[in-house]
Design a protein. Structure first.
Length: 257
């Protein structure tokens, strides 16, 4: 049995999130169906995370097991032919048998896009703001995230996780163009709905509804009801997932065996 990582991207607009759902189509379901067709057996796929309904991924990683060695370039090509137009596979890589797409990740990065202009072409991928918030103050508030590890205040209620602790490595707003700003956040793990809750609360800071100190107190209170409304999912992208380099196998050496 050989384990592989699949690197893929998707437009989440048509899906009920990454994870298989009883009441709607998911990205995981589409990928499992395509792999099962190509490998001619039932294939289980495990993703690096669980993006919510409507959320996109410019880079998602998932793992699956094959009965033996496969031609990774050919498999990626065949997957792209089978998968719908809004899901694309960029790479398939062999990894160690104990490598895990979710538990083996050392960091994940999300990007959230807001715009102050109306755009008929980007409306599916940007959150429209009708007034320009104070991004300097929002960055001041975002910097306080580094002082904490318990982010219960930004977690969806009644989840099945054992801890709400996360280590945030980067969190900042940057200007992409005259009308577009991007919030980039990297952490070792994220809670359900965490990024959208942080963005929504930071926007309250930028609009003057909250001070930086009040934002800090919201974190310390560990109460989701104290934080702001979650920002819409359509402007959120999972942008990167990192792993220790030693989990990857040299494909040329494997082919020579």
């Amino acid at each position: 049995m050989q384990r592989y990582f699949i690197y893929l991207s998707y437009d989440g607009a048509a899906y009920h999130g990454w994870q298989i759902q009883p009441n709607g189509v998911s990205v995981q379901e589409c990928l499992m169906r395509a792999l099962s067709t190509l490998l001619r057996r039932e294939v289980e796929v495990t993703g690096a995370g669980r993006t919510d309904a409507g959320v996109h991924a410019s880079l998602m990683v998932a793992h699956f097991d094959a009965d033996g060695m496969v031609d990774t370039a050919l498999l990626a090509d065949k997957l792209n032919r089978l998968l719908p137009p809004d899901i694309s596979v960029s790479r398939v890589r062999p990894v160690r048998p104990d490598a895990h797409a979710r538990f083996g990740a050392t960091s994940r990065m999300y990007r959230y896009y807001v715009t102050t202009a109306k755009s008929p072409f980007l409306r599916q991928y940007r959150c429209r703001l009708f007034h320009t918030p104070d991004f300097d103050r929002m960055n001041e508030a975002a910097a306080t995230l580094f002082d904490y590890t318990d982010f219960t205040s930004f977690s969806k209620l009644h989840t099945d996780v054992k801890t709400n602790n996360c280590r945030i490595m980067h969190a900042a707003w940057t200007q992409a163009d005259e009308e577009t700003w991007v919030f980039t956040i990297r952490a070792d793990r994220f809670l359900r709905n965490m990024v959208r809750a942080i963005v929504g609360t930071l926007l309250d800071v930028g609009r003057g509804k909250l001070s930086v100190e009040e934002f800090r107190r919201i974190i310390e209170q560990k109460d989701r009801c104290r934080a702001g409304t979650s920002a819409p999912g359509h402007a959120l992208f999972l942008a990167d997932v990192t792993y220790p380099e030693e989990i990857f196998l040299n494909e040329d050496c494997l082919n020579e065996e």
